[in-house]
Design a protein around this ligand. Structure first.
Ligand SMILES: *Cc1c(COP(=O)(O)O)cnc(C)c1O
Length: 403
């Protein structure tokens, strides 16, 4: 089908499809078809669609006040910051509208910290191959993906990229100008590549020895996605700075930069800002998301469902080794490594009524809402099994046709 003419800048290769409404893990298209949402708006809709508690929180706030700017105190923001600090390593929070902005704040904060403690020369950040940190000029430089840098002029200075996993390589990359290390605990866009706990621990130790700040990008892994409230919690270490976004707003644009008081000490009045960041509507949504994910037992249920889904996916992999060669990931951030072009598997899943999203290394990402039920997991597994069977059948048919 030819794409309809559109005035939207064509920076995305969009699927010719749109949605009318959603409920729970289900989305209904404008043509009336139902889809199981295993994309969650790319790890955003952690509580699914039209969650009653989120709808109530947003509509109640909408009737009071939408926006006041950061020239005044915002009670909902102070409450959300208190709760985020209570639940994590952090002492201070800066609210943003997106993940990239949360990373920009994190990188600026690390540079400022080194400057105010007397090391303005330590403005450089070590980052890792396969990383994704956003699409601003700063974050494409941090991510280092050549496709995203191409044609946009000289990359923002200050990032040194190396392969993840090799602590000796990190040591070798540290120069007198290095001030921080930035890493995703699981590389999401990069292909659901899990960074080992031992490597994260080794980075923490190295940062402590060399006076560097450890920045975690938990924009995709955060707010329950990996089966922990934040992925760092499985490693027993804490970062100095952490960028979050995606799931924290439950679908309302919201991000945050969390930091220790020490790391944040350069960020005084006038050093950073955002017109919308932390606006009352976003704060109502963020608090409502926390109400649900902080409920006792919620994270246990995510872990239980992750084990169930991954067991069933391992069986599918064993049944269809010519389609799926590996199941990887953490919690409900799961990657299926495809043995055929990943787009074909995504299309076959969509034909079965399930929407998913591709990632690097030929991986299909499965990102169901965290509120998915065990019955829905069983149904999802059937859809994946049917899609794999269908591809196998069409492959044997085309092999016969060419024989
Ligand atoms: C999505 C993502 C970002 C960028 O977030 P935006 O809201 O699109 O700016 C940054 N880091 C990671 C790990 C992400 O998954």
């Amino acid at each position: 089908m030819a794409a309809a003419a559109s005035h939207i800048l064509p920076t995305y290769a969009r699927v010719e499809m749109s949605f009318e409404r959603g409920e729970g893990i289900w989305l209904e298209s404008t043509t009336g078809e139902r889809f199981m949402d295993f994309t969650s708006g790319v790890a955003v809709n952690a509580l699914g669609h039209a969650h009653p508690h989120l709808v109530k929180a947003l509509t109640e706030q909408a009737q009071k006040v939408w926006h006041t700017s950061n020239l005044y105190r915002i009670p909902g923001g102070e409450k959300l910051a208190d709760r985020l600090c209570e639940a994590t390593f952090a002492d201070q929070v800066f609210f943003t509208n997106s993940g990239a902005e949360a990373l920009e704040c994190s990188i600026k904060m690390a540079r400022k910290y080194q400057a105010v403690i007397g090391h303005p020369e330590r403005y450089r950040t070590i980052t890792f191959e396969g990383a994704f940190h956003g699409r601003t000029l700063g974050t494409i430089a941090a991510g280092g993906n050549k496709k995203y840098l191409e044609g946009f002029g000289p990359p923002v200075e200050g990032f040194d990229q190396i392969a993840p996993g090799d602590i000796e390589a990190v040591k070798a990359a540290i120069t007198p100008e290095t001030g921080s290390i930035l890493i995703e605990p699981v590389q999401g866009e990069g292909g659901v590549r899990v960074i080992s706990t031992s490597f994260i621990k080794a980075l923490r130790e190295l940062c402590d020895q060399r006076g560097l700040l450890l920045i975690l990008d938990e924009v995709q892994t955060g707010v329950g996605r990996t089966g922990e409230l934040f992925a760092y919690m499985r490693s027993g270490i804490t970062p100095d700075i952490m960028a979050i976004a995606k799931a924290i707003g439950g679908g309302f644009p919201l991000g945050a930069c969390l930091a220790t008081a020490e790391a944040a000490k350069g960020m005084t009045a006038g050093t950073h800002g955002s017109t919308y960041g932390g606006n009352p509507l976003a704060m109502a949504c963020g608090n409502a998301v926390l109400d649900v994910v902080l409920e006792p037992g919620f994270m246990d249920s995510v872990r239980r469902k992750s084990v169930l889904l991954r067991q069933r996916l391992a069986e599918i992999k064993d049944r269809h080794p010519s389609i799926i060669s590996e199941v990887r990931g953490e919690g409900l951030l799961i990657g299926l490594k495809a043995e055929l072009p990943v787009g074909e598997l995504v299309d076959a899943l969509r034909a079965e009524g399930m929407i998913t999203v591709a990632a690097g290394e030929n991986v299909v990402r499965l990102l169901p809402p965290l509120i998915i039920s065990e019955e829905e997991i069983a149904e999802a597994v059937q859809k994946i099994d049917r899609a794999a069977t269908r591809i196998e059948q069409s492959l044997t048919q085309s092999a016969r046709a060419t024989a």
